[in-house]
Design a protein around this ligand. Structure first.
Ligand code: ZN
Length: 202
């Protein structure tokens, strides 16, 4: 089922996700719905906060992007990222490594807004998938960037928080417009008002 993606200005985007203690049918369904929603929106990542659920759950799929390569290592050996996509990451822990790397980023909750963001170039990831399997790998390139962006979402951090002050100043009119639009929709009851309306974890 396609889920509504909430935009900047929605309070769920600023909430730290609750740890998922049990892989209930509701959580598995949410992960499946998030994958469908991300693919339909042509995104490379989607966090639960973006569908107004403040949970430690994100999905990633870099297969659709050909001009920005991704790398993956499992157990110290190179792996083919496309063979491990899509990723469902539950309660992920990450450890960034390497030199800062600057590249363009967008976000499904910020339509039409793009900016260069600097992040460490590689990341070690440990998470559970929707089947309860432990995933451990190192990611580079676009996959590393996407996972760091999604991990931020799970903490209530947005890519605008990682922009240089100058970049953010340039985008401020668009950000203000988007935030005002979201608040107007919320007042009109057109979006899930708050993640607390949709309890999935007890
Ligand atoms: Zn995002």
């Amino acid at each position: 089922m396609l889920l509504p993606i909430v935009n900047y200005g929605h309070p769920a985007l600023r909430r730290k996700g609750a740890r998922i203690e049990a892989l209930t049918p509701e959580i598995r369904q949410l992960a499946a719905d998030m994958l469908e929603t991300m693919h339909r929106a042509s995104g490379v990542g989607l966090a639960a906060q973006q569908v107004a659920r403040a949970l430690q759950l994100t999905v990633v799929d870099v297969r659709g992007v050909e001009d920005r390569p991704s790398t993956m290592e499992i157990g110290g050996r190179p792996a083919k990222p496309e063979e491990h996509m899509p990723l469902v990451l539950i309660n992920p822990e990450i450890e960034p490594h390497g030199a800062p790397d600057t590249g363009p980023e967008g976000c499904l909750s910020f339509p039409e807004i793009y900016a260069d963001i600097t992040r460490p170039e590689t990341v070690t990831v440990r998470a559970q998938n929707e089947r309860g399997e432990i995933l451990e790998f190192r990611a580079g390139g676009l996959l590393s960037r996407a996972i760091q962006h999604e991990y931020d979402h799970l903490q209530g951090i947005l890519f605008i928080d990682r922009m240089t002050a100058e970049t953010k100043r340039g985008l401020q009119p668009e950000l203000d417009r988007l935030q005002a639009e979201t608040k107007a929709w919320l007042r009109a009851g057109k979006l899930p008002a708050d993640a607390r309306d949709v309890p999935l974890v007890r």
